[in-house]
Design a binder for this molecule. Structure first.
Ligand code: FES
Length: 211
């Protein structure tokens, strides 16, 4: 079995994570799970004058889950909500000095957690539930959260999505994957889990093509 190598900074944040814990009576909070591995992360926010005054997280996952939760909470603390929403998983990975390709999805999960906690705060304060209309752009954005473990790049930018349409509650996609690809099942399961969770989606039909 191949040994996964982590940067010094990942190991440092794993061994001594910052901002671990929960905030009682948080202004915004979330718990999100990764379809790729079943791990979870919870985020808690205190917001003052549109800025993240405090942020904590709880991890139910791997070393990268803990390290990305730690770095993202450090990056988000003190920022305005708009600035914090603009932090990407790539920013977090860069800040950590890189992550192995098979662990990139851990950073996607942590960013999802941060954005969901901000969304929770915004929904509570405005009383408006934000539900993005599902269209092909929204589907592509969701597919960009599926990371191809072989190269650590999402499956859209890896050019694996060859066809996409959304008709009457059903998403039809063609995914380019070799029959012998060891990550095939993992990628397909992740696509189903991401897309089936979108509002208004009843069914996802995936056709695997080898080109
Ligand atoms: Fe599950 Fe890292 S393997 S979050």
């Amino acid at each position: 079995m191949a040994v996964i190598r982590y940067s010094e900074k990942v190991l440092e944040h794993f061994r001594n994570p910052k901002n671990i814990g929960l905030i009682e009576n948080a202004d915004g909070q979330s718990t999100v799970g990764s379809p790729a591995c079943g791990d979870q992360v919870s985020m808690f926010l205190k917001v003052e004058e549109d800025r993240i005054a405090d942020i904590k997280f709880l991890s139910y996952g791997c070393a990268s889950n803990i390290a990305t939760g730690s770095i993202i909470t450090e990056m988000a603390k003190g920022k305005t909500l708009a600035e914090a929403k603009a932090i990407t998983w790539k920013d977090a990975v860069d800040e950590l000095g890189g992550l192995p390709p098979v662990k990139i999805h851990c950073s996607v999960l942590a960013i999802d957690g941060l954005r969901a906690a901000i969304q929770d705060y915004e929904e509570k304060t405005t009383g408006v539930k934000s539900e993005r209309k599902v269209d092909e752009m929204a589907i592509l954005d969701e597919l960009k959260k599926v990371i191809y473990p072989k190269n650590g790049i999402n499956i859209v930018d890896t050019n694996m999505i060859r066809y996409l349409s959304f008709e009457e509650g059903t998403i039809y996609i063609e995914v380019s994957l070799e029959e012998t690809d060891v990550f095939k099942q993992n990628v397909l399961e992740e696509i189903y889990e991401h897309l089936e969770a979108l509002p208004g989606v009843d069914k996802v039909e995936i056709k695997v093509v080898e080109y």
